[in-house]
Write a protein that binds this ligand. Structure first.
Ligand code: URA
Length: 244
């Protein structure tokens, strides 16, 4: 059996962004931290990092935030960027402020363009992020594309061919599946994550994507109940669905 990791309360709370290592003893002194219903005085005590910790440890009477290794599923709205560096509205601004101070930091798993909406995953788990974006895994991503001009009927075969070449690239695209929804809409499933891939694929057929929305990633679908800008923390079972 693998050993359950432990952490000091002060180290844990500062890693989760509640305050610096020197803030946490002051928070305890003020009676803001409770463990199993009793105020915490000694923030050097070590706790086992088990999943029930969020129901046992509270800060300002609120359950502890999810531990490290969390995965967030967000309905990314149009107009926000998946980057820590750019100016303007970022996907991270839609999360609690404190989560911006977590270590390890949260990062999006792959990127959606500023103008793309839909299913976006965000995590602090680097190895998991790399497993999901690894080209070797061929994880499927489906996009609903709305087009400027009617589909011309050749796209299904071109995208499925495995020989389609994007401008400026030397390696053909892996086969992709196109399902026609209407004259100006189609669902495209790809297994790669090249730069602006979906928009460039339609551009190569003489069309132009006017709206792009990601509906699924692996075995996960964007829930209808999640409005643009809303998000949820995935359970371990949901995380496994990514690889299903
Ligand atoms: N393909 C694109 O062109 N844009 C995205 O945001 C995702 C896939």
């Amino acid at each position: 059996m693998s050993k359950i990791p432990t952490a000091r309360i002060d180290k844990l709370l500062s890693s989760l962004g509640y305050g610096s290592r020197s803030d946490v003893p002051l928070m305890a002194k003020m009676g803001r931290i409770f463990l199993d219903g009793k105020p915490v005085r000694d923030v050097s005590q070590r706790l086992q990092l088990t999943d029930d910790l969020s129901s046992r440890l509270s800060i300002d009477r609120q359950p502890l935030d999810p531990l490290m290794g969390m995965v967030i599923l967000m309905h990314k709205p149009v107009g926000v960027t998946c980057s820590h560096k750019e100016s303007g509205a970022l996907v991270y601004d839609l999360l609690p402020d404190r989560w911006g101070r977590r270590t390890p930091a949260l990062s999006s798993i792959g990127r959606l363009d500023k103008d793309t909406s839909g299913l976006l995953l965000i995590t602090d788990d680097g190895p998991l992020l790399h497993r999901i974006i690894s080209p070797k895994r061929h994880i499927k991503k489906t996009y609903l594309a709305t087009l400027d001009r009617p589909l011309n009927g050749t796209e299904i075969d071109i995208f499925a061919s495995g020989t389609m070449m994007l401008n400026g690239e030397t390696k053909p695209l892996a086969p992709a599946e196109l399902k026609i929804v209407s004259s100006h809409q189609a669902l495209l499933t790809i297994t790669e994550g090249r730069y602006h891939q979906v928009r460039r694929m339609f551009a190569a057929t003489g069309n132009h994507v006017t709206q792009l929305h990601r509906t699924t990633l692996g075995g996960l679908a964007l829930p209808d109940t999640l409005a643009p800008g809303e998000w949820t923390v995935l359970s371990p079972g949901d995380i496994n669905l990514i690889f299903a």
